[in-house]
Design a binder for this molecule. Structure first.
Ligand SMILES: Cc1cc2nc3c(=O)[nH]c(=O)nc-3n(C[C@H](O)[C@H](O)[C@H](O)COP(=O)(O)O)c2cc1C
Length: 212
């Protein structure tokens, strides 16, 4: 699908309800999608989330029950759980600063102004505010996943229809200082999924955009 116009790629994608459980996405395709998530923009570059990449059938059976038995959880190749970091403290920031130091061959002193700014703007916020903010960043990564998957002709269903507390429990996220934010199932559409043939329902541009 790489030679196809980007907008046509976006028209091709849809939130897949019925996946073809007989087809599995390749390791190479999986890595492309993980690359797209990794390359997502985030506020200050902090990437305050982790993504669980779940193939294991037993785990998926449990998640299926905790996601109102939506069939995508069982039939897709993978379930991605975007989980916000719940401990975003000075130690977290220091690990990010160290990454910049190593990646860009800089010194910590070079980055002291940046560190102070992020300490004031982000780290000093309440835990609740930080988790909300972290979840928003995770949604950006989800958006990137949707676009990248369309580009590679892979199918995704983004999903909020799940019990986050139960997901956290099943995946032991609390122990990892994570809280599930949003999920996505990834695989191939089933040829019988009628939704792939339906027209996109979107606000008209006159309503969506205010050009001033
Ligand atoms: C954040 C988010 C959560 C969603 N949750 C669900 C869900 O739990 N189950 C589902 O079948 N579809 C879910 N959808 C799919 C939307 O219904 C779908 O994206 C929307 O109707 C637009 O259709 P399209 O994506 O096929 O163009 C979700 C979409 C988004 C972006």
């Amino acid at each position: 699908m790489t030679n196809i116009d980007y907008i046509d790629q976006l028209k091709w994608r849809y939130a897949t309800k019925k996946f073809d459980s007989t087809r599995a996405i390749s390791d190479n395709d999986l890595e492309k999608l993980l690359d797209a998530i990794q390359l997502s923009a985030s506020s200050y570059g902090l990437q305050p989330y982790e993504v669980m990449v779940i193939k294991d059938e037993e785990t998926r059976k449990k998640l299926h029950l905790a996601a109102f038995e939506q069939p995508q959880i069982l039939d897709a190749s993978y379930v991605f759980v975007f989980a916000a970091n719940t401990v975003i403290d000075e130690g977290y920031l220091d690990r990010y600063i160290n990454n910049i130091v190593e990646t860009r061959n800089m010194t910590k002193e070079d980055l002291s102004g940046m560190k102070n700014m992020i300490m004031n703007a982000v780290i000093s916020q309440s835990a609740e505010n930080k988790i909300e903010w972290a979840k928003k960043q995770a949604y950006l990564a989800l958006g990137n996943l949707l676009s990248a998957a369309a580009h590679y002709q892979l199918d995704v269903c983004p999903m909020e229809g799940f019990n986050a507390a139960q997901f956290d429990e099943i995946l032991n996220l609390k122990e990892k200082n994570l809280a599930s934010a949003v999920i996505a199932t990834v695989g191939f559409r089933h040829k019988d999924d009628g939704l792939q043939h339906t027209s996109k329902v979107r606000k008209p541009k006159e309503e969506l955009f205010n050009r001033i």
